[in-house]
Design a binder for this molecule. Structure first.
Ligand SMILES: NC(=O)C1=CN([C@@H]2O[C@H](COP(=O)(O)OP(=O)(O)OC[C@H]3O[C@@H](n4cnc5c(N)ncnc54)[C@H](OP(=O)(O)O)[C@@H]3O)[C@@H](O)[C@H]2O)C=CC1
Ligand SMILES: O=C(O)[C@H](O)COP(=O)(O)O
Length: 496
C-alpha cells in the first residue's frame, strides 16, 4: 500500500483508529480480525475501541464542531472538493481493500469509490446553494396580523452526528452521511461496519490529508454488538444516521429525542404485467436481482408475475442467470461469495424452506462452496414460504405467480419492508396506477430498483426506514431551523 497510508497501519500489522487527527492503537490492546468472505480466513485486523475512547471521540467532535460551524460555507465546500479529489486519486487502493473485506467484484468496488467522490463533490455544490439561502417571512400573511414582525428562518447545524454505514456500500453509504453532515456545519463520529472498516479508515485518511481540523471526523472501530449501544445512546450524540438491517429498529426505539435517519432492509418486488416487454424485463430483473450477489438494499428480491405470461418470463430469466459468471471478486466475477458464513447459512435456509414446501429450483440443485452460492431462481413460491417475505441479501430470486396485478400490489403492501419496487408494462397509465398503489418509498417504472443517482430522494416506508436520503434530503436532515424575529414598533411595507 502507498506511503499515503503509512500512518494508518500499526507496526503489529493492525489498522489504527482515528481520533483528533491522530492514528492510534486502542488502550484495550485487543484487535478484531476481519475475515475475507472469499476464504473465511483473517485478512486484516482493526482496533477494538474502548468506551473511554468512544467518550474521547465524542468530546473531541463536540469541540471541533464549534469551530467548524463558524467556518464559511465556501471553505467547507472547498475542503470537501479536496477530499473528493484525493479519493479519486486513491480509488484503487481503497477498492482493493473492499474486494478483500466485502468480496465486491473489483470493477464494482472501484466504481463505488469514484461514485462516492462524485457524491462528495455534488454535496459540496448543493450544500453551498442549500445553506446559502434562508427564508424571510412577514407577519401580515397570517389573519389579523399587521406587518410588524419579520421572521428570519435559518438552517443551523445539529452538532455531533453519529454515522453508521453497513458493509455492502461501506464507502458510499459513509460519505452519503459525512458529506451532508459536514456541509451543514456538524462534526462526525464514524463507526464503520466491521467488514469495511479498513476501507473506511483509508477513506478517512483522504479527509485527514485534505487538511481536516482535528476532531471533525473521529473514526472508532469495534463490533456493533459490543460498542453499538454505547455509541447510539451516548449523551453527546446530537443525531444518528444509520443504514443497515433490523438493528436500526432497536436503535430507533432507544434514540429518544435525538433526530434519526434510518435506511433499513428491503424486499423490493418487480411486478410484471402481461403486456410487458419480456426480453427487456427479464434483463432488468437479472441485473437487478444479482448485482453484487443480491447484497443491495435495492436488489430485486421478489418477482410477482401475472400467471398468463409466467411460462414465457421465467425461462428468459433463468437463461440470463445461467450466463452469469461465478467465482472470486479479484477475477471480477458477477457472483462472488456472500459476506459471511452465517449469511450463507441464512440464505441456504430460505431456499431449503421453499424447496421443502414445493417450490421449483429452476437453476438446478442448490450449490454452495464456503460462502460462494451459485445464483438460484426459485419459481412457484407461495405465501407460506419464508422467501415470499424475507430479505435473502444473497443471490436468490423468488418468483410468485399471481392471478392479476391487484394480488401483486396486495402482496407488496402486506410486507413489513417497503423500500422500493418496480413495475414492468408498456401501458403508462397502468404503470402510474400500480406505482401509486404500491406503498413503498420509491417505485421504478420499467427498470429495476436503484438508489442512484445519489441526488434522488431515497426512503423506506414501514420497517424500511425513517426520513429520506439523497443529497438534498440528507442536507435537510443534517440541520435544524432557527428563527429570529425582528419586531417593529409600527407596520412597515417595503417600497410602501
Ligand atoms: N435501505 C438502505 O439504504 C440500505 C439497507 N441495507 C440493509 O443493511 C443490511 C445489511 O447490512 P449489514 O451491514 O449486515 O447490516 P447490520 O444492521 O448488521 O449492520 C449495519 C451497521 O450497524 C452496526 N451495528 C451492528 N449492531 C449495532 C448496534 N447494536 N448498534 C449500533 N450499530 C450496530 C454494524 O457494525 P458491525 O459490522 O460491527 O456489526 C454496521 O456498521 C440489509 O438488511 C440491507 O437491506 C443496506 C444498504 C442500504
Ligand atoms: O444501499 C444499497 O444497497 C445501495 O445504496 C444501492 O445502491 P444502488 O441501487 O444505486 O446500487
Amino acid at each position: 500500500m502507498s506511503s499515503f497510508y503509512a500512518e494508518v497501519l500499526g507496526q503489529n500489522g493492525s489498522y489504527k483508529f482515528f481520533l483528533d487527527n491522530e492514528w492510534r492503537e486502542s488502550a484495550s490492546g485487543k484487535q478484531l480480525a476481519i475475515l475475507n468472505p472469499s476464504t473465511n480466513a483473517p485478512v486484516y485486523s482493526v482496533q477494538a475501541c474502548t468506551k473511554a475512547e468512544v467518550d474521547e471521540a465524542f468530546q473531541s467532535a463536540k469541540r471541533a464542531q464549534k469551530t467548524w460551524a463558524r467556518t464559511p460555507l465556501w471553505r467547507r465546500a472547498e475542503f470537501l472538493h479536496k477530499v473528493a479529489a484525493l479519493m479519486r486519486e486513491n480509488a484503487q487502493p481503497i477498492a482493493d481493500v473492499l474486494v478483500k473485506e466485502v468480496a465486491k467484484p473489483a470493477v464494482d468496488a472501484y466504481t463505488e469509490v469514484v461514485r462516492s467522490a462524485d457524491l462528495i463533490s455534488y454535496t459540496a455544490e448543493e450544500g453551498l446553494r442549500y445553506f446559502g439561502e434562508g427564508k424571510l417571512l412577514a407577519s401580515d400573511s397570517f389573519p389579523g396580523q399587521d406587518r410588524t414582525k419579520l421572521c428570519m428562518a435559518s438552517k443551523v447545524p445539529l452538532g455531533v452526528v453519529l454515522a453508521i454505514p453497513p458493509f455492502n456500500y461501506a464507502i458510499n453509504l459513509a460519505v452519503s452521511k459525512i458529506g451532508p453532515a459536514l456541509m451543514a456545519g456538524n462534526s462526525v463520529v464514524l463507526k464503520p461496519p466491521t467488514q469495511g472498516s479498513v476501507a473506511n479508515l483509508l477513506m478517512v485518511q483522504c479527509f485527514a490529508a485534505a487538511g481536516m481540523p482535528p476532531g471533525l471526523i473521529n473514526c472508532v472501530t469495534g463490533r456493533g454488538s459490543e460498542i453499538g449501544d454505547y455509541l447510539t445512546t451516548h449523551p453527546l450524540v446530537n443525531a444518528i444516521s444509520f443504514t443497515g438491517g433490523d438493528t436500526g429498529i432497536d436503535i430507533a426505539r432507544k434514540a429518544g429525542m435525538v433526530p434519526i435517519q434510518m435506511e433499513l432492509g428491503g424486499k423490493d418486488a418487480a411486478i410484471v404485467c402481461a403486456d410487458a416487454d419480456l426480453a427487456a424485463t427479464a434483463s432488468h430483473i437479472v441485473k437487478g436481482a444479482f448485482s453484487y450477489s443480491g447484497q443491495r438494499c435495492t436488489a430485486v428480491k421478489l418477482v410477482l408475475v401475472e400467471e398468463c405470461i409466467a411460462d414465457e418470463l421465467v425461462p428468459r430469466v433463468v437463461e440470463g442467470v445461467k450466463r452469469m459468471s461465478v467465482g472470486m471478486p479479484e477475477d471480477n466475477k458477477q457472483i462472488t461469495p456472500v459476506i459471511s458464513e452465517s449469511s450463507a447459512n441464512f440464505i441456504e435456509g430460505l431456499v431449503r424452506d421453499a424447496e421443502a414446501k414445493g417450490a421449483t429450483l429452476c437453476t438446478g440443485p442448490f450449490r454452495r462452496e464456503g460462502n460462494l452460492i451459485w445464483p438460484v431462481v426459485v419459481d412457484n413460491v407461495t405465501p407460506d414460504m419464508r422467501l415470499a417475505w424475507e430479505e435473502p441479501f444473497g443471490p436468490v430470486l423468488p418468483i410468485v405467480r399471481v392471478k392479476d396485478t391487484q394480488e401483486a400490489v396486495e402482496h407488496v403492501n402486506a410486507n413489513r419492508l417497503a423500500l422500493q419496487g418496480c413495475v414492468f408494462t408498456k401501458d403508462i397509465d397502468r404503470a402510474i396506477a400500480i406505482a401509486d398503489a404500491m406503498e413503498t418509498g420509491s417505485v421504478q417504472i420499467n427498470s429495476a430498483p436503484a438508489r442512484g443517482p445519489d441526488h434522488f430522494p431515497f426512503q423506506g416506508f414501514r420497517d424500511s426506514g425513517i426520513g429520506s436520503q439523497g443529497v438534498t434530503n440528507s442536507l435537510a436532515f443534517m440541520c435544524k431551523t432557527k428563527t429570529t424575529v425582528i419586531n417593529m414598533p409600527k407596520p412597515s411595507f417595503t417600497m410602501g
